[in-house]
Structures are given as C-alpha cells and as structure tokens.
Design a protein around this ligand. Structure first.
Ligand SMILES: Nc1ncnc2c1ncn2[C@@H]1O[C@H](COP(=O)(O)OP(=O)(O)OP(=O)(O)O)[C@@H](O)[C@H]1O
Ligand SMILES: [Mg+2]
Length: 282
C-alpha cells in the first residue's frame, strides 16, 4: 500500500514549519528523515499521525485520505501508524507489561479500556513482544525504574501490540548512549525487515541514517531538499541539508561523527496527544 504526501504544508502563524512536502513511500520502506533543528521533521511526523493538522495539502494511505478521517476511522489510523518518541512516553508508575498492553487500547471498546482489563491472549502477546526485544525479565518492574534503552524497547513493544502498518519514530535514540542506540535501531530494522512494517524515523545524525535507512529524506527550512539512497548523499547534498551557520561555523562535525547519541537542543515534551494513554485516562 502506497503512502502519499502531497504538498503538505503547516504554518504556525507566519512561520512555515513544513513547506509543500510531497513524498511517496511504498509499504515496507525504512526511511530516515534528517535535517537541522527546526527543519520541520517532527511537525511532518506529527501530521502523518494526525497529532497535528496540515494547513494545506493531502495525506493518503492506500488511496484513503488520512487528512480527512474523523472519529473511529481516525483512531484506527492512529493505531495503524504507531508513534515512538525520544522521551519514550511510558506510564512510569505502571509495570512494563501493562505499559505494553496499553498498545491494545485502540483495538477495544472504550468501556473495556477504561476498566483496564486485559485478556489472557493480550498478556501472552505482550510477553512475546517483550521477549522479542530481550526485556521480558523486566515485565513486572515499574517502567520508570528501567534504563532509557530498556524504556525505548518497551515503547517499541507497545507499538508492536498495535499491529501497526507503519512505525513513526521521532528521534528514538537521541536520549540513548551508543550501545542502547544500536539496540533500538536494530529493533526498528528487525520489525521493518521481518514484518514489512514501514518505518519513518527522524534522526539527528547522518551516520545512523546511512547505516539503517534505505532511503534518506533531507529537510531544510520545511522543504525536502534531498530524497535518495544513502549512496547518493554527497558532500554537496549534505551541505544543502545542513547548510552553514549564520556565524560561518559550517556543518557541525557532530552530525557526521560516529557518536549517535547527540541530544537535540530544546528537546520538546512529546507527551501531548498520545492516543492510547489519553483513552485510558492516564
Ligand atoms: N506548536 C508550535 N507552535 C509554533 N511553532 C512551532 C510549533 N511546532 C513547531 N514550530 C516551529 O516549526 C519549526 C519546525 O519545528 P519542528 O519541531 O518540526 O522541527 P524539527 O526538525 O523537528 O527540529 P528538532 O531537530 O529540533 O527536533 C520550528 O521553527 C519550530 O519552532
Ligand atoms: Mg523534532
């Protein structure tokens, strides 16, 4: 199923955060979105998931206009494209298993959701998801007591519980050390390769995008300035994406370094609008 963005634009007042972005993404691709802070990467992902509405333009998935969905159809879409955040967005005081099962909430009636009752099948599925990510031993621990890398794996397990067609990850490794960053990126690659789930991920470093993504989309000033294979990402293209600082500092060398745990400046709080948690009244 093709996923299509056409002239998608988002303004905040006079600011053009995303400027007429057109992209076709076939099912099963692993796409990395790169660009400087403020390039519009998060806004683009949030519009795909409908956490934010486009000012203009259209988003289609399998021929259905995503940007027009309302009510249950909108909730179904938000279930189909699971979102992963830099700050994990788990419920810290709840145990890991419950956090993972919250991924099922969009599959069930509101009453059952509010009662927070899970079936035996859901528990089995949740434990299987945790095993797959190698953290089943943490199942009964409060999520807030886990390391960052473990918490992000819980978030991926929760996303898998949604049986998503697409995973949208907004700088999933920006808060992690290099080893945990690798574990999390390997997990995203694994679900992309084994289940054919489309993965669209914002990344802060070029090397991670190069190593993991078959396609790289470079954004600058809200526009797509590069769209191609890692091998096509020339020095010239990198300059188009990252540009030069007004003070002439040029491309920050951290962007091309092997370190993959560079936290973005002013990392935003992504807690708003998380659908399963909002449904659970948490
Ligand atoms: N809710 C908002 N209200 C006003 N302006 C916003 C809002 N969200 C984003 N912007 C602006 O839109 C532009 C794009 O922001 P966005 O967060 O999408 O960038 P980004 O590429 O994700 O940056 P970063 O790498 O720092 O996460 C920025 O100039 C930002 O200040
Ligand atoms: Mg961002």
């Amino acid at each position: 199923m093709m996923f299509e963005l056409k002239n998608v634009t988002r303004r905040f007042g006079k600011k053009l955060a995303v400027d007429s972005v057109t992209l076709d993404i076939p099912q099963g691709q692993m796409v990395g979105i790169i660009g400087r802070s403020g390039a519009g990467k998060s806004t683009l992902l949030r519009m795909i998931n409908r956490l934010q509405e486009p000012s203009s333009g259209t988003i289609h998935f399998g021929g259905v206009e995503v940007s027009g969905l309302r009510g249950q159809a909108l909730r179904n879409w938000q279930r189909d494209c699971a979102m992963i955040f830099q700050q994990f967005n788990l419920v810290p005081r709840l145990d890991v298993l419950t956090n993972v099962m919250l991924g099922r909430l969009n599959h069930r009636s509101t009453v059952l959701s509010l009662l927070n009752v899970f079936t035996r099948e859901e528990r089995i599925q949740a434990i299987a998801a945790l095993e797959r990510l190698g953290i089943e031993q943490t199942a009964l621990q409060a999520a807030g007591t886990l390391s960052g890398g473990q918490q992000q794996r819980v978030a991926i397990a929760r996303a898998l519980m949604q049986n998503p067609k697409m995973v949208l990850a907004d700088e999933p490794i920006a808060s992690l050390d290099p080893l945990n960053a690798k574990i999390v990126m390997d997990a995203l690659r694994d679900i992309n390769e084994r289940e054919g789930i489309t993965v669209v991920t914002n990344l802060h470093t070029l090397d991670t995008a190069r190593n993991y993504c078959e396609r790289i989309v470079g954004m600058a000033g809200g526009r797509v300035v590069f769209d191609g294979k890692p091998s096509e990402l020339t020095t010239e293209a990198v300059k188009d994406i990252y540009g030069t600082d007004k003070d002439g500092a040029g491309i920050d060398e951290t962007m091309t370094s092997t370190a993959i745990n560079i936290a973005p400046e002013g990392a935003e709080n992504e807690s708003a609008g998380n659908q399963p948690l909002a449904l659970a009244g948490l």
